[in-house]
Every structure is written in C-alpha cells, then in structure tokens.
Ligand binder design. Structure first.
Ligand code: PLP
Length: 403
C-alpha cells in the first residue's frame, strides 16, 4: 500500500554506528597479541578486561566492577551472589524484557511481577502489596526503556521495608536521578553492552557494586578460577579468603576483545548521550503535536538517555493497533507494540512467559495495550527524527480513538 501524501522514511532501525577507529585498533592489538582470555597476561600487565573494569568503575563512581558475558548474566550473578536459589522469591517489573525474568529463572528463583504505571515505571503501591503478599525481600528493579521512577522515594521505601535492591540498568547506562548515577541506588547495578544498548561489544555485561563481600562472591561466581587478583576493580585478597572455598565457578567471563572495543566507547559515552537526547527531543517535539499520542513528561530530576522513545494511545483497540503499526511500517517506521500476547523478536510481555505461574496485572496490561516503542539508533539524524515523528502523527491521524 503506497501513501503519496507523505514520503516514506528510508533509514534502518537496527543499524548502529560503526565503531570508532580507536576501538577497531584496540581490537586489532588484542587479536595480534593472541591473548584473548582475560587471565592470559604477561608479568604484571592488566588485561583489557581488567582495564575495562577500572574504566567503568571510574565512570560509574563505584568501588567495584566486574566484566561479564552479558547483561542477563550480570543479573544472574548478582542474584546468585545474594544467595538467591531454589524457591526464593524475587520481585521485578511486569513491564520489562525477557532476560530479566529469565535471570530469576536461571537461579531457580520465583518471579513476583509488580505493576507498572502510565509513566512506565514501577508502581510503588503495588510493590508494597507484593512485599506483603509474597514475603519477598529482593527487588530486581528493571529500568525498562530508561524510565527512572522517583529513585529517592523508592530507595527510602526499600530501605524501610528491608528490601535488597538490584538495578537492571540495561537502558540507563549513563543516566542519573538527582545527580546520582543509575546503578548506585541499591547493592548492585547490572549493565549490558549488547549491540542495542549504549555501548556495543555485540554481547557483554558489567556488574557494579560498593559492597566488598558481594563483589568477592560475584567475581568467584563469574568464573575467576583463583585469579581474582587479576581483576581491575576488585576487593583485596582478604575478601576472598573464605568465600573462595564456598563459591562455585559459574563460568561467564568477558574476553579481552570485547573489553578492548568497549574502553574507547566509555570515553565517548556522555557525548553520545547528548546526541541521543537531541534525537529524542526532536521526536518528542514532533509526536506531541498530535493530541492522540501521550508521552511521559520526563521529570526534572531524571537525566535520561533517549536511546528509545515510547508513546501511548490510551484508547486504541486491537484492530486499530494492527492497522497503525502496519501503516507506519509501509512508511518505513518500525514500531514495537508491547500489548501483543504473541512474543515477536525482542518484544514480549508477561503473558508469554509461561514457564512461571501466570500473574494478574490488570494495570500493566492496560498500559501495554496502548504502548508503542521505537529504537533510536545514532545513525538517524535529528532531521530523520522529525520526519519519523511526522509519519507517526500522520498514521495516528488515520483513525479516531474510541469514545
Ligand atoms: C537487553 C536487556 C537486558 C540484558 O541484556 P543482554 O542481552 O543479556 O545483554 C536486561 N534488561 C533489559 C531491560 C534489557 O533490555
């Protein structure tokens, strides 16, 4: 179906920028050295993986950092390091990506889903209800699509309720709330360096913490053999004295090749965040011209990373959703819809995670039914974003919302 009233967008939603020459050169250096394994070092040299841990700990302002195989693995490692095992209940957001409940399942924990608000953040009232109902004292807070709740209120609440907080920062690397970096509010922050996140090594994960005993266990769990002294941002050897006999090696390290390409990207992260946010603001300005589309008003305390954008069409029905998404697609704009009970590629919702008991989440379901999501790769220009917003507004104008 062609639409001649508006020009289609030609960009590719899954196309990232090329890595910078410095990252490519760093990769070549590692390949030429032949020392790709993080513990394959000469003399007292620190491996690229250890240097990455230092660089990221410095960026984050954390005492400790551990490089891992993926963001999902960082969450699994955090849960294991807290002793989560068979039947232990872990709360997380109902609106999240599948590796989050997957991490809880990997350690044989039981996922307790918490409702999300129209602002796409965790619903603290429901969190309170779930703590009471389930008895859970662990929250794996997913900062899905980079939306931060009132982190001051949430951390105060968790502290008073005796809830240990782990942050899933897959979409908040570089973000902060009231000047405190996302990932610094609980015992641990879990980050992903998968291609579609804020720094790109294909796959990869980072786990940060200020807690010595927690990080010593996490390092051993990551598969450090007994080479924990070769880590870049780790507790001293005394922290390992006892736990090294008690902690399994659940092999999931990062290699030097990925670490080498990530280090120059950390140096460029804040610059890229500004570029993402300029694109986000172009999209936001365009989308808010339609009064059918509802965007979150970003709180002043939130320094976010606009690597994706979400909007709601609250009263849209299922037929209108298909027509809308299809229409946008014919005009070159790829929208994801989180209301679909049939999981599609990266997009799924709790009703399709049938390995866990089904849970009633009417509020989240209501939000997801009208929620659309779009990636914003840096290969798009600000002008591209303006054009994309025009297309979306045009497509939304094709139907009138239910009364
Ligand atoms: C991508 C992602 C993760 C984990 O990512 P990996 O693919 O395992 O590196 C965790 N949480 C959210 C919300 C994500 O989008």
């Amino acid at each position: 179906m062609r639409d001649d009233r508006i020009a289609p967008f030609k960009g590719v939603f899954t196309q990232q920028e090329a890595l910078e020459d410095s990252a490519i050169q760093a990769a070549i250096d590692v390949l030429q050295s032949g020392r790709l394994h993080r513990y394959n070092t000469v003399g007292s040299e620190l491996s690229e993986a250890a240097l990455l841990e230092q660089d990221y700990a410095a960026y984050q302002g954390s005492r400790y950092c551990l490089a891992l195989a993926s963001g999902g693995y960082a969450m699994q490692t955090a849960l294991r390091a807290l002793g989560v095992g068979s039947g232990v209940k872990v709360m997380t957001n109902a609106f999240t990506l599948s590796p989050v409940p997957g991490a809880i399942a990997a350690v044989h924990g039981e996922t307790v889903l918490v409702e999300c608000t129209e602002d796409l953040v965790i619903d603290i009232e429901d969190l309170e209800a779930k703590i009471t109902a389930s008895g859970s004292r662990i929250l794996l807070l997913s900062l899905m699509r980079g939306h931060l709740p009132d982190m001051d209120r949430l951390t105060r609440f968790c502290c008073e309720a005796g809830v240990t907080l782990i942050e899933d920062c897959a979409h908040t690397m570089g973000a902060s709330w009231n000047g405190t970096k996302s990932g610094k509010f609980g015992i641990a922050g879990c980050f992903s360096t998968q291609t579609y996140k804020h720094i790109n090594s294909g796959e990869g994960g980072l786990l940060t913490s200020d807690n010595e005993a927690f990080m010593a266990r996490a390092i051993l769990l990551s598969g450090s053999y007994m080479l924990y002294e070769r880590h870049g941002a780790a507790p001293g050897p005394e922290a390992f004295a006892q736990v090294r006999f008690e902690t399994p090696n659940c092999s999931g390290r990062m290699d030097n090749l990925r670490a080498a390409v990530l280090r120059p990207q950390i140096a460029g992260l804040d610059r890229n965040i500004a570029r993402w946010n300029a694109r986000y603001r172009s999209l936001e300005a365009g989308l808010t011209r339609s009064n059918q589309l509802v965007l979150r008003k970003r709180p002043a305390e939130e320094h976010f990373v606009g690597s994706s954008i979400q909007f709601r069409i609250p009263d849209i029905n299922a037929n209108q959703v298909s027509a809308f998404v299809e229409k946008a697609k014919t005009l070159g704009v790829e929208l994801k819809w989180f209301g679909d009970d049939n999981p599609v590629a990266f997009t799924s919702n709790h009703t399709s995670w049938r390995y866990m008991p089904s849970q009633s989440l009417p509020k989240t379901d209501q939000v997801l039914r009208g929620l659309f999501d779009m990636r914003v790769p840096l290969t798009f220009s600000e002008e591209d974003c303006t054009q994309i917003a025009e297309i979306i507004v045009h497509c939304a104008g094709e139907f009138s919302p239910a009364q």
